[in-house]
Design a protein around this ligand. Sequence first.
Ligand code: CMP
Length: 139
Amino acid sequence: MQYSFGIIKPDAMKKKLYGKILDDIANAGFKLIGLKLFHLTEEKAKNFYAMHADKPFFNELIRYMCLSPVLCFVVQKENAIFDFRELTGNTDPKKAEENTLRFKYGESISANALHASDSEESFDREWRFFFTQEELFFY
Ligand code: CMP
């Protein structure tokens, strides 16, 4: 069994899309094992996205991610990392396949509804950023 980590971002939070997104994720066969609302500070956001610090969109990304609380989650499924990336779709909702979450719920490359871990290494770093071991539930 494998795990992945995701974040429902401020655009989707403001539109109250969290229920629909979590429902789509469950219907795609993922089991929710961790869930938390979190309002990122600028410092935390800069740390989480440190690998993008030299990108032209970095400041906008940090400003955007701090606009509202986000919903962080950990899911379980076979091939969870790959399958959750597939379900999430292309970073740019305009380039995403029709049945993906970013196509359905994203607005733009910045406001693209959600984040998904892109590798096991990213997952390992990302879930620890928001959760403790005791906040994940295996059932
Ligand atoms: P995500 O892959 O979750 O994490 C990095 C984010 O940077 C990405 O989603 C996008 O929402 C955001 N971003 C903003 N502008 C760009 C861009 N031009 N190219 C890639 N990512 C971008």
